[in-house]
Write a protein that binds this ligand. Structure first.
Ligand code: SF4
Length: 490
């Protein structure tokens, strides 16, 4: 019989220290309220929280396989109209190291990806007003003609919102305009949307750190439109800066609510259906329509950013006075309508996140987001071994064997792993590594002696490597490699 998705019930009077209640949450029988989520995030004992998140993960994903994907993150331009103060990647068109990749450069990168068995390209850029809609359409056609087997996961909601501003598409409201643009990009070859630019949804935080970037409602509406077109997307959160703990839960709450809406409106069954590619699915199986497939959260990286230069919480004498409360916590409320004036130092202190805070947040997200299939471990920012521990704290996926990344690495991240190391990390954590595709279906299980990690005889050649960063000659101004006029062929 076909299953119809229904959100789980809550039990608001339940105590989060009650093992019976948490067992129901871990079994997918009950849903946490925002208050319960906040209490768990802030007060639960770290390993208890991890144990429940792990139980929830095992309930959905079983005890055996933990996945990874081989993809390439291509940042096609670093020219951007926004001024996010946490960003070390963006440039203006006048900067000497501004770039926009030529089509041939993009194809070359995808060729390299395809040659190593990659299945997906993640394309994100700055929001570059010089690039017309035809530039994107021609690029997508070009990719699909050359590499029909490569899944194109591209253009996060802030880019789509700027597409609406740049291209002025027809439509009575934002949703219609977004749909007009998205249909054209989808028809040209866009397969799914990444969750970049999620940051923190709470308005006071977002307006302080993401100058010129879309608000939460526009971000969520973009994903809703993608879901209405049957596309899968992911959601993200960047924490560990000026936000309060309640802001993190409010962020997860919005993702959960909009996921409920997508699953109910666009039909289908459980978001947890998984199959191995090629399996025969039961005749009554109805895959869910467009929805969020994954949630990935990571702590803010401070190097080379304006936000990174904000004073750390605890560094000033008044921060250490009795009863002092971190300004972000004084401002944040679970309903999202926070008052930025509730603390005069709001936005003037950052509370950076270390490995334990990261693991707590990831574990809380696994328990709170009861309708999201995949929780990704963020080893790119936290390092391979914290990412590995993340597999015991609710994560089922180690993300990508990343050949390239430019945005987070500009802010100080240096980790890049090859497939053998990723497989070893997963295996050493007690699981069997499995390569997946973008829809989280398993492509191959790495069990045999020919598995990438089993073939390695000298691990000294397989250390974490510095990520590739796009660069231009230091001895002069880089030229834009494409302009609106060139791209239009005028
Ligand atoms: S984070 Fe993205 S949108 Fe913000 S300035 Fe950087 S490139 Fe632009």
């Amino acid at each position: 019989m076909t299953t119809i998705y229904k959100p789980l019930a809550t039990k608001p009077d339940a105590d989060v220290s009650d093992a019976g209640f948490l067992s129901d949450v871990a079994q997918g029988a009950l849903r946490l309220t925002p208050e319960q989520g906040l209490e768990l995030l802030q007060q639960a004992e770290l390993f208890e929280l991890g144990r429940w998140a792990d139980a929830r993960c095992r309930n959905i994903h079983g005890n055996d396989l933990r996945t990874y994907v081989i993809d390439r993150n291509i940042n096609y331009t670093n020219i951007c109209t926004a001024k996010c103060i946490f960003c070390a990647f963006k440039r203006t068109a006048e900067d000497h190291d501004a770039y926009t990749l030529e089509y041939e450069q993009l194809y070359e990168k995808i060729e390299e990806l395809s040659a190593v068995g990659g299945t997906q390209v993640l394309m994100q850029g700055g929001m570059n007003p010089e690039l017309p809609l035809d530039w994107y359409i021609d690029l997508l056609h070009g990719i699909k003609e050359r590499y029909p087997h490569i899944h194109v996961h591209g253009f996060s909601p802030p880019e789509f919102i700027e597409f609406v501003h740049f291209f002025n598409p027809p439509g009575k409201n934002l949703e219609e305009k977004l749909r007009w643009v998205m249909i054209r990009l989808r028809d040209a070859g866009l397969d799914s949307l990444p969750g970049g630019g999620g940051e923190i949804f709470s308005n006071p935080v977002r307006t302080k750190i993401g100058l010129g970037k879309c608000d939460a409602d526009a971000w969520l509406t973009t994903m809703y439109v993608a879901h209405s077109l049957g596309m899968y997307t992911s959601a993200t959160m960047m924490f560990g800066h000026i936000e309060g703990y309640a802001d993190r839960i409010y962020h997860m709450e919005l993702v959960r609510q909009w996921q409920d809406r997508a699953l109910m409106e666009f039909g289908g069954g459980s978001p947890f259906t998984r199959h191995h590619e090629g399996d025969m699915l039961p005749p009554d199986h109805q895959p869910p329509g467009g929805h969020y497939k994954a949630f990935i959260s990571w702590p803010f990286q401070r190097d080379n950013t304006a936000l990174g230069r904000v004073k750390e919480w605890g560094s000033q004498p008044e921060d250490r006075e009795e009863g002092a409360v971190f300004p972000g916590d004084a401002v944040a409320v679970l309903t999202g309508d926070s008052d930025p004036k509730a603390h005069k130092e709001f936005g003037r202190r950052i509370r950076l996140s270390g490995s334990t805070d990261y693991l707590r947040t990831q574990a809380a997200s696994r328990l709170y987001l009861d309708n999201i299939y995949s929780i990704g471990a963020s080893w790119v920012t936290m390092g391979p071994h914290v990412g590995q521990v993340g597999l015991q704290f609710g994560a089922n996926d180690m993300g990508s064997v990343m050949m390239e990344e430019n945005v987070v690495s500009s802010a100080g991240t240096t980790y890049c792993l090859d497939e053998a190391v990723l497989c070893k990390l997963i295996r050493d954590a007690g699981f069997t590594p499995a390569q997946r595709n973008n829809t989280y279906d398993v492509l191959s299980i790495k069990l045999g002696e020919d598995s990438p990690d089993k073939l390695v005889t000298d691990w000294s050649n397989h250390r974490a490597k510095r990520l590739h960063v796009e660069s231009v000659p230091a001895d002069g101004k880089a030229e834009l490699t494409v302009s609106a006029i060139q791209a239009k062929g005028e």
